[in-house]
Write a protein that binds this ligand. Sequence first.
Ligand code: PEP
Length: 259
Amino acid sequence: MSNGNRRPVAAGNWKMNLLRRDAEVLCQGLTGGLPAKLEGAGAADVVLFPTATLLTTVARQIQGSAISLGGQDMHPDASGAHTGDVSGPQLADAGCGWVLCGHSERRQDHGEDDALIGRKARAATDHGLLPLICLGESGNERRAEQTLAVLRRQLTAALASKPASFEIAYEPIWAIGTGEVATPEIAQQAHAFLRQTLAELVGEERAATTRILYGGSANPSNVADLIAQRDIDGFLVGGASLDSGKFLDIIDVCARHRG
Ligand code: PEP
C-alpha cells in the first residue's frame, strides 16, 4: 500500500512553550488559515500537542475547527498519588483525542524506558485516546550502526502491551531541534523498516494502515521531499509548529499529498 491510501497527519508538538495568550494567538492564526489549506486539496489530520496547562485554552480555541487536541504525555494509571503527572481520563476530559507516548525528551529527561512507554500506550487506548508512539535512535546509535536494532527494540516493547490502536512517529534524536533533518532516503529506510517490523508484530493489514510520521527539524522547505517517500505519512513538528504560517504550510503539503 502506498502512502496515498493513508490520510496524512500534521502534528504540532509545542513542548514546554507558550503562555495562554500566545496559545490563543497561535490557534487563531491556525483556525483562520486552515480552511484554505484543506479546501480543494486532499485531506489531512491536524493535531496540536500543547503543554497540559494550555489544553483547555486550546480546546476552546479550536472548537468547531478541523484541529484535534493531544496531550504530550500521560501516566499509565487512571488516577492516584502521582504528583505532577496527568492521566488518560484527565486528558480525555480536557478534550484530547491523542497523546504522545515515549517522546525522546521524556525518555531523556524523565528516564522513561521502553516497558513504561508500552504501558502508557495501552493505558491510552483503554481511556479512548490514540497514542502517537515516538521512537528513534541517537546519533551515537546511528554511528554504531545500531539504528535498526534500536527501532525494533523500541517498537516491540511499545506494542507488547497490545494497545488497541496507535500511530507511530519516527524521530531520530540527532535531528530533533538541531536543524539537521534526515534525508528523505534515510527517513524512508527507517520508515520502511518500521512498517516491515509492524507487519511481523501486528500483521500486514494493520501495518499497511498505520500512519508513520517523521519528526526532526521538519519545516516548510523539507516536508515535500519527505512526504513523497512511500512510507512517510506526515510529520510531528516541534519548532516550526510554533509559527502559524510555517505550520500551515506544512499542513498544506500534507493535505495536497496524493501518494
Ligand atoms: C519534536 O519535538 O517532536 C520535534 C520533532 O522537534 P523539531 O521539529 O523542533 O525538531
